[in-house]
Design a protein around this ligand. Structure first.
Ligand code: SF4
Length: 507
């Protein structure tokens, strides 16, 4: 393709993206092995599509399932049909053509130009991605060529038009994080000013069920080893409390930031998700500054469930980092086998239950089980309520009742799996959990008839057996909710790891 036109637009004339054109000649692109291919399924280099671009791509035949969030997201790539790594689903590996070339997204149209934050996350830059070998292959140094300089200037003019700035504001993920192998060509001051979070309010939206895929994608992109993932990485673990706390979220500089508003103020129940394995200093400072503006420096301002691996850096930046109660992680096979003296008492309780209730069966939860499960939950609540020492304990039980009502109603769209235990035609136990990672299952709730000895051991072992059969090798049972008796019972199952997280506050 011919290089872009160097004709100046008339004053006030909108520069269209088509006018900028493709700088690298097509014959070079077709012989190259870089674009549209990715080493990992969750590569941050996957192109970002806005909602309009998704609609256009789907209109050209791309499957809607290639997009986790139809309001705007990075495309889901697929294994390379004839090689290593992954390819964009729009890429034809046989011909090296893009099947949606005429409607390809801005991200692809700009490439190998890249729009990225600088290393300190203060300025947005336009650069050339050195992964495109054309910079080396061309005869003369590109930055010295007048046509190239004009192409870059024209692209910058395009990017800093009001309509495009507004689009970036709606889709801040169009700006990638800093990449060392991108040669900086010029800064983009108007775009920097527009996206600088210190100068604008956050684009807060209420948390909806439809945000689950977006949350899960961001959680996956926060690269932590599976065995240290806390239960805060599970969407349901927040969504199910939304009648108690007012949850909302914002996408800030490529990270999904979840907030929960209590009567005392707003806080973050999870750290920013989606921007790699470590904390981003500028982003953390921005989030505290925003919460402080909302809360007036209240003690409620905090970030919870921050991974232990972030602690040293956050402390070095002056934050107060206080450890939370740990979560318990088990090897699923240990909980199914219950072998040796270490599990003697759990094995005895399980066997006692099986002998006493030979007709007991565990079955997958169905929505028609909800009324029976809720009745069992009410029995459990009544029993607990009689034991409750004070008013606040009774409030907690009411919160828990609402949690279970929503859980039973929304389990399927939340991606949770439930099981119920039938005894003599009645449901006497139920349990729910969800996938924290490919191999980690999180047990989210378990209710049993407390008058039946061994039933808790039975339902736990059988539900873990079901999770193991589906490939989940590790089981997270969350923390002990500050209850020493529950902590003792969780310890008695011999966790292989205590998942440590912290609460972060300003000094
Ligand atoms: S949309 Fe087209 S140009 Fe963009 S990555 Fe996919 S195949 Fe390549």
């Amino acid at each position: 393709m011919a290089p872009s036109s160097s004709v100046e637009p008339r004053a006030g004339e909108l520069i269209q993206i088509e006018r900028i054109g493709q700088y690298v000649p097509s014959r070079v692109c077709l012989a190259c092995e870089v674009c549209c291919r990715f080493p990992e399924a969750d590569s941050f280099l996957r192109p970002y599509f806005t909602g309009d671009e998704i609609r256009a791509a789907v209109g050209r035949g791309l499957s809607p399932s290639a997009f986790g969030d139809h309001a705007g997201c990075q495309i889901e790539v697929q294994p390379h049909p004839a090689g290593e790594g992954y390819v964009c689903p729009a890429f034809d590996a046989a011909t090296h053509h893009c099947r949606i070339y005429e409607v390809r997204p801005l991200d692809c149209r700009l490439y190998p130009l890249a729009v990225m934050w600088d290393q300190a996350h203060r300025e947005i830059l336009l650069g050339w991605d050195m992964k495109c070998p054309f910079l080396f292959d061309s005869q003369a140094l590109l930055p010295e060529q007048a046509a190239f300089r004009e192409h870059v200037a024209e692209t910058a003019r395009y990017l800093e038009q009001e309509a495009v700035l507004a689009m970036f504001e709606r889709h801040p993920s169009l700006v990638t994080r800093f990449q060392e192998d991108v040669v900086v060509l010029q800064s983009l001051p108007a775009l920097t000013a527009r996206l600088s979070v210190s100068r604008r309010d956050l684009p807060i939206k209420p948390l909806e069920l439809a945000d689950r895929r977006r949350f899960e994608t961001a959680a996956r992109a926060t690269r932590l080893p599976p065995e240290v993932l806390p239960s805060a990485w599970l969407f349901a673990n927040h969504y199910l409390w939304r009648e108690l706390l007012n949850y909302c979220w914002a996408e800030v500089d490529g990270s999904l930031c979840l907030f929960a508003e209590s009567p005392d103020g707003i806080f973050m129940p999870a750290p920013p998700l989606g921007a790699g394995s470590g904390p981003n200093r500028t982003l953390i400072a921005t989030l505290f500054s925003w919460m402080n503006r909302r809360n007036g420096h209240s003690a409620v301002t905090r970030i919870e469930s921050v991974p232990a691996s972030w602690k040293a850096e956050l402390e070095a930046w002056g934050y107060r980092v206080v450890s939370k109660e740990p979560e318990y992680l088990y090897r699923a096979s240990d909980l199914v086998d219950l072998q040796g003296d270490a599990y003697k008492s759990q094995r005895a309780s399980y066997n006692q239950f099986c002998r006493a209730h030979q007709q007991a069966t565990m079955a997958p939860y169905q929505s028609t089980d909800a009324p029976d499960c809720m009745a069992l939950c009410q029995e459990w609540q009544d029993c607990k309520s009689r034991q409750a020492q004070d008013e606040s304990a009774r409030y907690c039980l009411e919160d828990s009742r609402r949690f279970h009502m929503r859980l039973l109603a929304d389990a399927e769209p939340l991606g949770l799996t439930g099981h119920v235990v039938w005894i003599d035609g009645r449901i006497r136990a139920y349990t729910f959990g969800g996938a924290l990672a490919k191999e980690v299952w999180c047990v989210l709730a378990e209710i049993t008839d407390r008058s039946m000895p061994g039933l808790a051991e039975y339902v736990f072992r059988e539900s873990v057996r079901a999770a193991l059969a589906q490939g989940y090798r590790f089981i997270n049972t969350m923390d002990a909710f500050g209850l020493p008796s529950l902590a003792r019972s969780k310890q008695a199952y011999h966790p292989i790891h205590l998942v440590q997280t912290s609460i972060v506050q300003e000094p």
